[in-house]
Structures are given as C-alpha cells and as structure tokens.
Ligand binder design. Structure first.
Ligand SMILES: [Cu+2]
Length: 72
C-alpha cells in the first residue's frame, strides 16, 4: 500500500506542550498513520490519507493554524 506523506506548516506552536497538542489532534484522525512535529520549523510531517479539511478541522478549536500543506 502506498503511504502518502504530507508536510503541514503550522502557525502558533511555542513549546513542547503545543507539540503534544498538535500531535494528539492529528493522531486522533482515523486516516493519519504517523505524526512527527518539528517545533523549531513550525511544521508536522504526517503519513496517511488525511484530507486537508479534516486536518484543518482538527485544529479548529486550538490556537494553532495550518498555513500550508505540501505533498512530501
Ligand atoms: Cu505551548
């Protein structure tokens, strides 16, 4: 099975707590397989088939904002 990877640019992460929150939000999505958040770069690398709308919705109730999603 082909595993799709996406690089997600995220605004608003400031500490390890933010990293945990974002990681948990993405991991809760059924179509996300793995999540690796890079605090310094302000981005997350995920594998799976998650839709952009689902990713954005998962952070809707948080202080974090997705500014870009690239196929990686
Ligand atoms: Cu924080």
């Amino acid at each position: 099975m082909l595993l799709m990877a996406q690089l997600i640019k995220i605004k608003g992460m400031k500490c390890d707590g933010c990293v945990k929150s974002v990681t948990a939000a993405f991991e809760n999505l059924p179509d996300v397989k793995t999540v690796k958040v890079n605090l310094e770069a302000g981005e997350a690398l995920i594998t799976g088939q998650a839709e952009e709308a689902a990713l954005k919705a998962s952070l809707a109730e948080t202080p974090y904002e997705i500014t870009a999603i690239q196929q990686a």
